[in-house]
Structure formats: structure tokens, C-alpha cells
Design a protein around this ligand. Structure first.
Ligand code: SAM
Length: 231
């Protein structure tokens, strides 16, 4: 009986959440798109989409990324789907978007498999866009292998790294996935300015930026910071 009630609750939660999100998504305006992750309130598994982002920084980054018209986007670290939503809605020419996230991972906690349904809805009006979800550890070779299989002979146009924020964690993500980014593509790191304990992206950023043409996007009162490498 309890399982049955749970099932009915989930069906209703999905129905209500889907309706609400579809209504909100009816816009092409960048500022409105950026507001949606924090305004949306769904139900159950689909209760929130949230972006852990400084408003100035994510706006600048979204503008920069969309100016390049990326076709292949890979995000490492999705959590409540905020940035995944933004990449999906601000890049109309995207053909493949891949989210990599570790269930129960540090610095957020990943997402339940049920959430994939919500994340797929981000591209409901884009039949040419394929979304893939790799719920696993980005540091494992098997995850890289799965991604390579999904990519086929394509390279990544935009890689977003916002997962394991330790020095070794972000370094590993860079070393494993940067070779899959095409020349002319972008790699962005979140939290290049974050001073919280255990947040060491700034240390890796300080080293890696020296080797590339790069840009630092820092909001006026930033506690996070975004760094972009031009490959
Ligand atoms: C800060 S959250 C991502 C936030 C998201 N980019 C946004 O702003 O909307 C970081 C995510 O990285 C994931 N993560 C941490 N370590 C990971 C790893 N080794 N492999 C894959 N994902 C990882 C966590 O599970 C968490 O969901």
C-alpha cells in the first residue's frame, strides 16, 4: 500500500513539476533563462533546480559560451541541474550535452536517477539535441571510456569543470578530459576564487592558466570566481 502511494505521489509530482517547468521555459531571454533555476519549484524528486553560481559570473560565462555556438558540451558536476539547464537553454545549436556526476559525491551530492527525466525536459523542444547522463566518478578511466564512446569522432566544444574541488580532483578532471576538447574550444572552471576549506581550484587555476590564453570572470563581490581557458 505504501509503495502504491509512493508511486502515485511520484506520478503526480512529475506531472505538476513538468507543467510548471514547461511554462517557465517559454523564453529566449538570457536574463529570464538565468532566473529559472532558482525560481522553479517542483515536487518530490523534481522539487528544485538550483545553480550554485554568482549571478554576474554565470551571466558572463553563459554569454561567452553561447557566442561560440558550441555543438558538444560536457559538464562535470551537475548536482541540482542549474548550470546544465543554462547550457541547454542558451545554446540552441548544441547537438550533444553530457552530464557527468557522482551520486553522493563531495561538493554537492549528485542526483537521483529519477532526476534524469527532469534534466531531459530542458531540451523538450530540441529534437536535434541528445542529452546523456554518466552518473559515476569522473576520475575513473571507465567514465572517460564511456564518454569517448558517446562522443564518437567528435570533440568537445565546451567543457565545464565544477565537481571535485580538491587540487588533485580538479587536476585529474583536467588531465583526463582536456585532451577531448577541440582546438578553439573552451574549458571553464568554477570556484577559482573560493577560499573555503577543501576548495583548492584556485591553486590549480594559478598553475594551469599560465599555459593558455585565459580569462577570469569575477563578480564585484565574488566568493567563487570562474576561470576560462581558450584552447
Ligand atoms: C558544486 S556541485 C555542481 C553544481 C552545478 N555545476 C551548478 O552550479 O548548478 C558539484 C557536483 O560534483 C559532483 N562530484 C564531486 N566529485 C565528483 C567526481 N569525482 N566525479 C563526478 N562528479 C563529482 C558532486 O556529486 C556534485 O553534485
Amino acid at each position: 500500500m505504501r509503495d502504491f502511494r509512493k508511486k502515485i505521489f511520484n506520478i503526480l509530482a512529475w506531472w505538476v513539476s513538468k507543467r510548471k517547468l514547461l511554462r517557465l521555459m517559454d523564453t529566449q531571454d538570457l536574463d529570464m533563462i538565468l532566473e529559472i533555476p532558482n525560481n522553479f519549484t517542483g515536487r518530490g524528486f523534481y522539487s528544485r533546480i538550483h545553480a550554485e553560481q554568482d549571478p554576474f559570473e554565470i551571466r558572463e560565462l553563459a554569454k561567452l559560451v553561447s557566442s561560440k555556438n558550441p555543438k558538444v558540451i560536457v559538464e562535470i558536476g551537475t548536482y541540482k541541474g542549474g548550470t546544465l539547464f543554462i547550457w541547454t537553454r542558451t545554446n540552441p545549436l548544441a547537438e550533444l550535452i553530457v552530464s557527468i556526476d557522482l551520486p553522493g559525491g563531495q561538493f554537492g551530492g549528485g542526483y537521483d536517477i529519477q532526476r534524469e527525466k527532469l534534466y531531459r525536459l530542458f531540451s523538450y523542444d530540441r529534437p536535434n539535441l541528445r542529452m546523456e547522463f554518466l552518473r559515476g566518478n569522473s576520475h575513473l578511466i571507465e567514465t572517460v571510456t564511456k564518454l569517448k564512446k558517446i562522443l564518437g569522432d567528435r570533440l568537445i566544444d565546451f567543457l565545464y569543470i565544477d565537481a571535485d574541488h580538491t587540487f588533485d580532483g580538479v587536476k585529474t578532471d583536467f588531465e583526463l578530459y582536456a585532451p577531448l576538447v577541440r582546438k578553439g574550444g573552451l574549458i571553464a572552471f568554477h570556484d577559482i576564487y573560493n577560499m573555503k576549506p577543501n576548495h583548492e581550484v584556485r591553486l590549480f587555476w594559478k598553475k594551469i592558466k599560465q599555459n593558455y590564453h585565459h580569462r577570469e570572470i569575477l563578480g564585484p563581490a565574488t566568493k567563487t570566481g570562474t576561470g576560462v581557458l581558450f584552447i
